[in-house]
Ligand binder design. Structure first.
Ligand code: 9MR
Ligand code: 9MR
Length: 608
């Protein structure tokens, strides 16, 4: 867990109650000039003087609907369809009128990505725990909290979202009331879609998590998700150890009583990934039926299920996640750790024998599931070798990297996703301890360079989003948080307030301080998606909390979103809370992965 130490204390001591008094230690906001009024609960006798705040119709006050950490920047954005002049902005206790903080909102300027007129203020100086609302021109924001533990509840919801995705598992969730029969019994005897000479044609691929709103199960998203959850655990073993599972949800793992729940949940997926591995080390690509299921519950989808494809990039992703697991599960279940290492090595041996990128595609394999295809595999091979090196300390893996992937080590990584594992590879090399890598510094510098670019973009964006205009694409929310992940890893290597704060800003962005004024995570905040493309939520009567949707996507991808775009929606507003918009309003395991990663860094250490 990290905390953004700021100059809050200095601010509180030095500001005056007059507007226009720029204060030492509050130089992070060039526009609004903050004024700190004594907090509501203080023993103040006189009512503070508040300048007139005339009514301005139609202002939308966007805040993080969950909240802000006491000692961190606290930006709110005011948006409108028309330009507006500078005005006072206040923070009041929730439901109250008396300001506890007051500042000036500058005149609005046009925001390119949303098409709105916007102005920003930062009430960083307000550091007193409590529930608040912001007010400007007579308009109020959604309520929000200030406190050290504001992200704890979201963390738990997001962690439990994986539990709700479990296939072959009877759901009986005492928190939400979700009750489901175990789905897809067929997966115990799934058929291979293609003729695989010398290998069984029927495979047990039961278990694992459903990928998203559909019931497919895919190795690339599984591995990159597990990789990020394990990375979060390795980075923050204390905060990531907060319990969130019931006894029956950990019962599948005998070692569970001694192990953190996050590892138990990750193991549920890893167990499935192991079933996807062929005897010779190669890893099959995905499991699904020939058609996307109708809007039905998992146990009602009785279509035959198939195992499709095989790839070098997926096999490498498998090896990366399994090698990581070998290291991280060791203290809790050494037999399992050994098995993971053995399987990671088998995958690597197969990859070494197949040096060219290969993605097997059989006609018809995408009729009922997403393609998740990648024709290249270098980023993933780098990750696999780097994790094997970090786990074993065996120099042969590093030698292999230096021979074949040296060109990538100093290259700033893109954000992590199912089709780019480079960052995780560089991170493993920068942090290997058993045998420190010769390219440790090079890898660390590349991560910091990527972080610097992201910090620059955040600084230019009115909403403090890290997304460039062309990054409002399918899964943009995942992208914003994956950028935050780069920042947090860079922050570990070269601590910088700009990195930590920039990451926090991405969390604020997805939790409500965005052009839609929505928390993009179900059941979190006060305005969140109600019609997620998620069959379990649509059909069970329980809206599963903690699901982050893909978010604004200016390129479209479904008919409902196409209409929104046709009507002229700007990139940051190319979104619709409708179940038919899977290109903007579907949840996926790999969207929640960087979200959980970032939340783990910012949740409190209090185990709940
Ligand atoms: O439910 C499917 C979702 O998970 C995918 O992201 C999406 C794109 O591949 O497809 C969804 O399924 C739709 C299919 O593509 C077309 N027919 C309607 C299906 C349900 O909306
Ligand atoms: O997350 C995937 C995104 O990167 C792709 O652009 C998109 C189109 O291929 O597919 C997304 O993944 C979907 C998958 O194909 C089917 N299951 C639901 C996934 C989330 O929408």
């Amino acid at each position: 867990m990290i905390r953004c130490r700021t100059s809050t204390m200095v601010c509180i001591l030095t500001v005056t109650l007059t507007f226009g008094a720029a204060t030492a230690g509050c130089d992070n906001n060039e526009k609004a000039v903050p004024t700190v009024l004594p907090p509501v609960k203080s023993e103040r006798t006189a009512t503070p003087v508040i300048s007139d705040s005339p009514r301005v119709e139609g202002l939308r006050l966007h805040v993080d609907q969950v909240g802000y950490l006491p000692e961190s920047p606290k930006t709110l954005v005011v948006a409108a369809d028309e330009p507006f002049a500078a005005m006072t902005v206040q923070v009041v206790a929730k439901g109250g009128d008396e300001p506890v903080w007051e500042g000036m909102l500058p005149a609005a300027k046009a925001d390119e990505n949303s098409g709105d007129w916007v102005a920003r203020a930062d009430f960083e100086a307000l550091a007193t725990d409590g529930a608040y609302e912001a007010v400007a021109g007579g308009n109020r924001s959604a309520p929000f909290l200030i406190g050290d533990d504001v992200f704890d509840d979201v963390w738990t919801k997001v962690a439990r979202s994986y539990t709700a995705q479990r296939a072959s598992f009877e759901q009986d969730d005492p928190f939400t009331g979700l009750k489901l029969l175990a789905g897809h019994k067929q997966d115990k005897e799934a058929r291979l879609f293609f003729k695989d000479e010398g290998h069984p044609s029927v495979v047990d691929v039961s278990g694992g998590w459903y990928d998203a709103g559909d019931y497919g199960k895919y190795v690339p998203t599984a591995a990159i998700t597990v990789g990020q959850l394990l990375a979060a655990f390795e980075l923050d073993p204390i905060t990531a150890a907060a319990p969130f599972l019931t006894e029956r949800e950990t019962a599948f793992w005998p070692a569970a009583p001694q192990a953190p729940h996050l590892l138990a949940e990750a193991k549920y997926e890893l167990d499935w990934m192991l079933r996807m591995q062929r005897r010779d080390g190669a890893v099959y690509h995905k499991v699904s039926a020939m058609s996307f299921p109708a809007y039905i519950l998992p146990a009602e989808d009785l279509q035959d299920r198939y195992v499709f494809g095989l790839s070098t990039f997926g096999t490498a992703l498998f090896a990366g996640a399994a090698a990581m697991g070998a290291r991280i599960f060791e203290p809790y279940d050494s037999a399992y750790a050994e098995k993971l290492l053995d399987r990671a090595m088998k995958a690597q041996a197969w990859l070494s024998e197949h040096p060219d990128a290969y993605f097997r595609f059989d006609e018809g394999q995408d009729t009922g599931s997403g393609p998740y295809s990648k024709p290249t595999d270098r980023e993933e091979r780098l990750w696999a070798l780097a994790e094997l090196f970090k786990t074993t300390g065996d120099g042969k893996y590093e030698a292999y990297i230096l021979r074949d992937y040296a060109d990538m080590l100093g290259k700033p990584p893109g954000t992590v996703s199912w089709n780019n594992a480079q960052l995780l590879g560089q991170w493993a090399l920068a942090t290997a301890e058993k045998k420190p890598s010769a390219v440790r510094d090079e890898a660390a510098t590349a991560i910091a360079q990527a972080a610097d670019v992201i910090v620059g973009r955040i600084g230019e964006d009115d909403y403090r989003s890290s997304l460039a205009a062309n990054e409002y694409k399918w899964g943009s929310n995942q992208n914003a948080l994956a950028n935050a992940e780069v920042l947090l890893l860079a922050n570990r290597l070269k601590p910088s307030k700009a990195y930590a704060n920039g990451a926090l800003e991405q969390l604020h962005y997805v939790l409500g301080r965005n052009a839609m004024g929505m928390s993009y995570i179900t059941g979190v905040g006060s305005r969140y998606p109600l019609k997620v493309h998620h069959r379990i939520s649509l059909m069970s009567g329980v809206k599963v909390p903690g699901l982050m949707v893909g978010g604004p996507n200016k390129f479209g991808g479904d008919q409902t979103l196409a209409k929104v775009i046709e009507q002229g929606a700007f990139p940051a507003k190319s979104y619709i809370d409708d179940e038919s918009s899977y290109a903007s309003n579907e949840y996926a395991i790999d969207y929640n992965a960087p979200l959980l990663f970032v939340l783990t860094e910012f949740r409190s250490q209090e185990a709940d």
